[in-house]
Design a protein around this ligand. Sequence first.
Ligand code: NAP
Length: 290
Amino acid sequence: MAKVAFIGLGRMGHGMAGRYLDAGFEVALWNRSKAKAEDLIGRGARWAASPADAAVDADAVVTMVADDAASRAVWLGKDGAAATMKAGALAIECSTVSYRHALELARELRGRGLVYIDSPVTGLPDAAAAGKLTLLVGAEPGDLEQARPYLTPLSTTIRHFGAAGSGTVYKLINNLMGAIQIAGIAEGLAIAEQAGLDMKLVLEAVESGVAASPQVIRHSRRMAARNFSGATFTAALRQKDAAYAVALAESLLADAPIMGHAAVQAYDRAKAYAPDDDEGKMIEIVSRPK
Ligand code: NAP
Protein backbone atom coordinates (compact mmCIF):
# COMPACT_ATOMS: atom_id res chain seq x y z
CA MET A 1 0.00 0.00 0.00
CA ALA A 2 1.39 3.43 -0.94
CA LYS A 3 2.43 5.52 2.07
CA VAL A 4 1.66 9.23 2.29
CA ALA A 5 2.77 11.64 4.98
CA PHE A 6 0.39 14.61 5.12
CA ILE A 7 1.44 17.75 6.96
CA GLY A 8 -0.86 20.70 7.71
CA LEU A 9 -4.48 20.06 8.68
CA GLY A 10 -6.03 23.51 8.35
CA ARG A 11 -9.20 24.29 6.40
CA MET A 12 -7.72 22.85 3.23
CA GLY A 13 -5.30 20.22 4.47
CA HIS A 14 -7.78 18.42 6.70
CA GLY A 15 -10.03 17.57 3.78
CA MET A 16 -7.08 16.71 1.52
CA ALA A 17 -5.66 14.28 4.08
CA GLY A 18 -9.08 12.65 4.32
CA ARG A 19 -9.04 12.03 0.57
CA TYR A 20 -5.97 9.82 0.94
CA LEU A 21 -7.74 7.78 3.61
CA ASP A 22 -10.80 7.46 1.35
CA ALA A 23 -8.54 6.27 -1.47
CA GLY A 24 -6.95 3.54 0.67
CA PHE A 25 -3.48 5.02 1.21
CA GLU A 26 -1.54 4.39 4.39
CA VAL A 27 -1.47 7.87 5.93
CA ALA A 28 0.76 9.44 8.56
CA LEU A 29 -0.24 12.90 9.83
CA TRP A 30 1.34 15.87 11.50
CA ASN A 31 -0.15 19.24 12.34
CA ARG A 32 1.16 21.93 14.68
CA SER A 33 -1.96 21.48 16.81
CA LYS A 34 -3.04 17.87 17.24
CA ALA A 35 -6.76 18.52 17.86
CA LYS A 36 -7.41 18.93 14.12
CA ALA A 37 -6.16 15.39 13.50
CA GLU A 38 -8.37 13.51 15.93
CA ASP A 39 -11.13 12.45 13.53
CA LEU A 40 -8.59 11.44 10.89
CA ILE A 41 -6.76 9.32 13.45
CA GLY A 42 -10.13 7.74 14.20
CA ARG A 43 -10.38 6.89 10.49
CA GLY A 44 -7.05 5.02 10.56
CA ALA A 45 -4.30 7.61 10.09
CA ARG A 46 -1.12 7.39 12.16
CA TRP A 47 -0.35 10.46 14.28
CA ALA A 48 3.32 11.40 14.01
CA ALA A 49 5.37 13.25 16.61
CA SER A 50 6.91 15.59 14.00
CA PRO A 51 7.09 16.09 10.23
CA ALA A 52 10.28 14.03 10.32
CA ASP A 53 8.46 11.21 12.08
CA ALA A 54 5.57 11.38 9.58
CA ALA A 55 7.99 11.17 6.65
CA VAL A 56 9.80 8.00 7.74
CA ASP A 57 9.33 5.42 4.96
CA ALA A 58 6.79 7.60 3.09
CA ASP A 59 6.60 7.30 -0.69
CA ALA A 60 5.28 10.87 -0.83
CA VAL A 61 5.15 13.76 1.62
CA VAL A 62 2.42 16.32 0.92
CA THR A 63 2.29 19.66 2.75
CA MET A 64 -0.51 22.22 3.05
CA VAL A 65 0.53 24.94 5.47
CA ALA A 66 0.09 28.69 5.69
CA ASP A 67 3.14 30.42 4.19
CA ASP A 68 6.89 30.40 3.49
CA ALA A 69 7.87 30.29 7.16
CA ALA A 70 5.60 27.34 7.87
CA SER A 71 6.74 25.55 4.73
CA ARG A 72 10.40 26.04 5.62
CA ALA A 73 9.78 24.71 9.12
CA VAL A 74 7.93 21.56 8.08
CA TRP A 75 10.36 20.64 5.28
CA LEU A 76 13.74 21.93 6.41
CA GLY A 77 13.43 22.62 10.14
CA LYS A 78 15.18 20.54 12.79
CA ASP A 79 12.37 17.98 12.79
CA GLY A 80 11.37 18.68 9.20
CA ALA A 81 10.29 16.03 6.75
CA ALA A 82 13.46 16.25 4.66
CA ALA A 83 15.49 14.93 7.59
CA THR A 84 14.06 11.43 7.26
CA MET A 85 12.65 11.06 3.73
CA LYS A 86 14.05 8.16 1.72
CA ALA A 87 15.96 8.91 -1.49
CA GLY A 88 13.71 9.22 -4.52
CA ALA A 89 10.58 9.93 -2.47
CA LEU A 90 8.18 12.63 -3.65
CA ALA A 91 8.08 16.04 -1.97
CA ILE A 92 4.81 17.72 -2.97
CA GLU A 93 4.32 21.32 -1.79
CA CYS A 94 0.63 22.28 -2.08
CA SER A 95 0.81 25.42 0.09
CA THR A 96 0.75 28.83 -1.59
CA VAL A 97 4.32 30.05 -1.10
CA SER A 98 6.43 32.75 -2.71
CA TYR A 99 8.17 32.03 -6.00
CA ARG A 100 11.55 32.57 -4.39
CA HIS A 101 10.72 30.06 -1.67
CA ALA A 102 9.45 27.49 -4.19
CA LEU A 103 12.76 27.67 -6.07
CA GLU A 104 14.82 27.46 -2.87
CA LEU A 105 12.81 24.50 -1.66
CA ALA A 106 13.20 22.73 -5.01
CA ARG A 107 16.96 23.24 -4.88
CA GLU A 108 17.28 22.12 -1.24
CA LEU A 109 15.12 19.03 -1.58
CA ARG A 110 16.61 17.93 -4.89
CA GLY A 111 20.04 18.35 -3.32
CA ARG A 112 18.95 15.75 -0.79
CA GLY A 113 17.94 13.25 -3.48
CA LEU A 114 14.21 13.93 -3.33
CA VAL A 115 11.75 14.55 -6.17
CA TYR A 116 10.20 18.01 -5.74
CA ILE A 117 7.04 19.30 -7.35
CA ASP A 118 5.06 22.39 -6.50
CA SER A 119 1.33 21.89 -6.66
CA PRO A 120 -0.58 24.82 -5.19
CA VAL A 121 -4.31 24.53 -5.58
CA THR A 122 -7.44 26.42 -6.46
CA GLY A 123 -10.77 25.49 -4.89
CA LEU A 124 -12.34 26.11 -1.51
CA PRO A 125 -12.24 23.81 1.53
CA ASP A 126 -15.36 21.93 0.40
CA ALA A 127 -13.63 21.12 -2.90
CA ALA A 128 -10.56 19.97 -0.96
CA ALA A 129 -12.65 17.56 1.08
CA ALA A 130 -14.41 16.27 -2.04
CA GLY A 131 -11.24 15.72 -4.11
CA LYS A 132 -12.34 18.41 -6.56
CA LEU A 133 -9.39 20.78 -6.47
CA THR A 134 -7.54 22.12 -9.49
CA LEU A 135 -3.80 21.54 -9.09
CA LEU A 136 -1.34 24.06 -10.54
CA VAL A 137 1.78 22.01 -11.07
CA GLY A 138 5.41 22.95 -11.60
CA ALA A 139 7.48 19.82 -12.23
CA GLU A 140 9.69 17.94 -14.65
CA PRO A 141 7.38 15.82 -16.84
CA GLY A 142 8.74 12.53 -15.47
CA ASP A 143 8.39 13.76 -11.90
CA LEU A 144 4.77 14.67 -12.55
CA GLU A 145 4.11 11.13 -13.79
CA GLN A 146 5.66 9.73 -10.61
CA ALA A 147 3.47 12.09 -8.57
CA ARG A 148 0.23 11.58 -10.49
CA PRO A 149 -1.13 8.73 -8.29
CA TYR A 150 -0.75 11.07 -5.29
CA LEU A 151 -2.37 14.03 -7.06
CA THR A 152 -5.38 12.22 -8.49
CA PRO A 153 -7.17 11.66 -5.13
CA LEU A 154 -7.12 15.42 -4.53
CA SER A 155 -8.25 16.76 -7.85
CA THR A 156 -10.44 16.84 -10.90
CA THR A 157 -7.98 18.94 -12.94
CA ILE A 158 -4.19 18.99 -13.11
CA ARG A 159 -2.66 21.93 -14.97
CA HIS A 160 1.03 21.48 -15.68
CA PHE A 161 2.65 24.89 -16.22
CA GLY A 162 6.25 23.78 -16.67
CA ALA A 163 9.31 23.38 -14.47
CA ALA A 164 9.35 23.51 -10.66
CA GLY A 165 8.13 26.91 -9.49
CA SER A 166 5.86 27.53 -12.46
CA GLY A 167 2.76 26.24 -10.68
CA THR A 168 3.47 28.75 -7.94
CA VAL A 169 3.86 31.55 -10.49
CA TYR A 170 0.40 30.86 -11.85
CA LYS A 171 -1.14 30.51 -8.37
CA LEU A 172 0.25 33.91 -7.37
CA ILE A 173 -1.08 35.53 -10.55
CA ASN A 174 -4.48 33.98 -9.90
CA ASN A 175 -4.63 35.17 -6.31
CA LEU A 176 -3.33 38.63 -7.11
CA MET A 177 -6.12 39.08 -9.64
CA GLY A 178 -8.54 37.80 -6.99
CA ALA A 179 -7.19 40.24 -4.39
CA ILE A 180 -7.63 43.18 -6.75
CA GLN A 181 -11.15 42.09 -7.66
CA ILE A 182 -12.26 41.57 -4.06
CA ALA A 183 -10.82 44.92 -2.97
CA GLY A 184 -12.51 46.45 -6.01
CA ILE A 185 -15.96 45.06 -5.24
CA ALA A 186 -15.64 46.24 -1.61
CA GLU A 187 -14.83 49.75 -2.82
CA GLY A 188 -17.58 49.72 -5.45
CA LEU A 189 -20.25 48.53 -3.00
CA ALA A 190 -19.12 51.00 -0.33
CA ILE A 191 -19.44 53.87 -2.82
CA ALA A 192 -22.91 52.65 -3.81
CA GLU A 193 -23.97 52.53 -0.15
CA GLN A 194 -22.60 55.98 0.66
CA ALA A 195 -24.28 57.41 -2.44
CA GLY A 196 -27.60 55.96 -1.27
CA LEU A 197 -28.22 53.63 -4.19
CA ASP A 198 -30.77 50.82 -3.91
CA MET A 199 -28.44 47.95 -2.99
CA LYS A 200 -30.82 45.27 -4.24
CA LEU A 201 -30.65 46.87 -7.67
CA VAL A 202 -26.88 47.37 -7.41
CA LEU A 203 -26.33 43.69 -6.66
CA GLU A 204 -28.55 42.59 -9.54
CA ALA A 205 -26.66 44.92 -11.87
CA VAL A 206 -23.23 43.79 -10.62
CA GLU A 207 -24.06 40.13 -11.00
CA SER A 208 -25.35 40.49 -14.55
CA GLY A 209 -22.84 43.11 -15.69
CA VAL A 210 -19.45 42.86 -17.39
CA ALA A 211 -17.51 43.21 -14.13
CA ALA A 212 -19.05 40.02 -12.74
CA SER A 213 -16.49 37.26 -12.21
CA PRO A 214 -16.87 34.17 -10.04
CA GLN A 215 -14.98 36.08 -7.30
CA VAL A 216 -17.26 39.09 -7.57
CA ILE A 217 -20.36 36.92 -7.57
CA ARG A 218 -19.08 34.90 -4.59
CA HIS A 219 -18.39 37.99 -2.48
CA SER A 220 -20.76 40.79 -3.42
CA ARG A 221 -23.97 39.63 -1.68
CA ARG A 222 -22.08 38.51 1.41
CA MET A 223 -20.29 41.84 1.59
CA ALA A 224 -23.48 43.87 1.13
CA ALA A 225 -25.19 41.81 3.86
CA ARG A 226 -22.07 41.96 6.10
CA ASN A 227 -22.37 38.17 6.26
CA PHE A 228 -18.93 36.79 7.02
CA SER A 229 -19.94 33.47 8.53
CA GLY A 230 -18.13 30.32 7.47
CA ALA A 231 -14.84 31.97 6.49
CA THR A 232 -13.12 29.94 3.80
CA PHE A 233 -10.21 32.22 2.92
CA THR A 234 -8.89 34.62 5.51
CA ALA A 235 -7.64 38.19 5.25
CA ALA A 236 -4.21 37.05 6.48
CA LEU A 237 -3.87 34.47 3.70
CA ARG A 238 -5.06 36.89 1.01
CA GLN A 239 -2.59 39.53 2.22
CA LYS A 240 0.20 36.96 2.11
CA ASP A 241 -0.64 35.85 -1.42
CA ALA A 242 -0.93 39.41 -2.72
CA ALA A 243 2.41 40.37 -1.14
CA TYR A 244 4.16 37.33 -2.65
CA ALA A 245 2.61 38.12 -6.03
CA VAL A 246 3.68 41.76 -5.90
CA ALA A 247 7.26 40.70 -5.11
CA LEU A 248 7.15 38.53 -8.23
CA ALA A 249 5.62 41.35 -10.28
CA GLU A 250 8.38 43.72 -9.16
CA SER A 251 11.01 41.22 -10.27
CA LEU A 252 9.50 40.78 -13.74
CA LEU A 253 7.71 44.00 -14.74
CA ALA A 254 10.36 46.69 -14.87
CA ASP A 255 9.06 50.26 -14.47
CA ALA A 256 5.42 49.19 -14.75
CA PRO A 257 2.75 50.49 -12.39
CA ILE A 258 2.06 47.50 -10.12
CA MET A 259 -1.66 47.57 -9.37
CA GLY A 260 -1.20 44.90 -6.72
CA HIS A 261 0.45 47.46 -4.39
CA ALA A 262 -2.96 48.97 -3.66
CA ALA A 263 -4.41 45.53 -2.95
CA VAL A 264 -1.53 44.69 -0.60
CA GLN A 265 -2.05 47.97 1.29
CA ALA A 266 -5.77 47.25 1.57
CA TYR A 267 -5.14 43.70 2.82
CA ASP A 268 -2.47 44.94 5.26
CA ARG A 269 -5.30 46.85 6.90
CA ALA A 270 -7.78 43.96 6.63
CA LYS A 271 -5.21 41.64 8.22
CA ALA A 272 -4.58 44.09 11.07
CA TYR A 273 -8.36 44.44 11.56
CA ALA A 274 -9.44 40.77 11.50
CA PRO A 275 -6.68 38.39 10.33
CA ASP A 276 -8.59 35.14 10.73
CA ASP A 277 -11.94 36.37 9.47
CA ASP A 278 -13.23 36.10 5.93
CA GLU A 279 -11.41 38.22 3.37
CA GLY A 280 -14.78 39.79 2.44
CA LYS A 281 -14.54 41.88 5.62
CA MET A 282 -12.59 44.21 3.35
CA ILE A 283 -15.87 46.11 2.95
CA GLU A 284 -15.82 47.02 6.66
CA ILE A 285 -12.39 48.57 6.17
CA VAL A 286 -13.47 50.51 3.09
CA SER A 287 -16.79 51.69 4.46
CA ARG A 288 -15.65 52.77 7.94
CA PRO A 289 -16.52 56.47 8.41
CA LYS A 290 -13.55 58.87 8.38
P1 NAP B 1 -5.45 27.52 7.64
O1 NAP B 1 -6.78 26.92 7.87
O2 NAP B 1 -5.11 28.81 8.28
O3 NAP B 1 -4.35 26.43 8.02
C1 NAP B 1 -2.99 26.76 8.03
C2 NAP B 1 -2.17 25.52 8.36
O4 NAP B 1 -0.77 25.89 8.46
C3 NAP B 1 -2.55 24.87 9.69
O5 NAP B 1 -2.34 23.48 9.58
C4 NAP B 1 -1.51 25.50 10.62
O6 NAP B 1 -1.30 24.76 11.80
C5 NAP B 1 -0.30 25.48 9.74
N1 NAP B 1 0.76 26.39 10.17
C6 NAP B 1 0.71 27.74 10.20
N2 NAP B 1 1.88 28.23 10.64
C7 NAP B 1 2.69 27.17 10.88
C8 NAP B 1 4.02 27.02 11.33
N3 NAP B 1 4.79 28.09 11.61
N4 NAP B 1 4.53 25.77 11.44
C9 NAP B 1 3.77 24.70 11.13
N5 NAP B 1 2.50 24.77 10.69
C10 NAP B 1 1.97 25.99 10.57
O7 NAP B 1 -5.17 27.74 6.09
P2 NAP B 1 -5.84 27.02 4.82
O8 NAP B 1 -7.01 27.82 4.40
O9 NAP B 1 -5.97 25.56 5.08
O10 NAP B 1 -4.68 27.31 3.74
C11 NAP B 1 -3.52 26.48 3.68
C12 NAP B 1 -2.74 26.87 2.41
O11 NAP B 1 -3.60 26.70 1.27
C13 NAP B 1 -2.31 28.34 2.40
O12 NAP B 1 -1.06 28.45 1.77
C14 NAP B 1 -3.41 29.00 1.56
O13 NAP B 1 -2.94 30.20 0.96
C15 NAP B 1 -3.72 27.91 0.55
N6 NAP B 1 -5.08 27.91 -0.04
C16 NAP B 1 -6.18 28.12 0.74
C17 NAP B 1 -7.46 28.09 0.15
C18 NAP B 1 -8.71 28.34 0.96
O14 NAP B 1 -9.79 28.52 0.35
N7 NAP B 1 -8.67 28.34 2.28
C19 NAP B 1 -7.60 27.82 -1.21
C20 NAP B 1 -6.46 27.58 -1.97
C21 NAP B 1 -5.19 27.61 -1.36
P3 NAP B 1 -2.34 24.94 13.06
O15 NAP B 1 -3.55 24.11 12.69
O16 NAP B 1 -1.60 24.38 14.22
O17 NAP B 1 -2.64 26.41 13.17
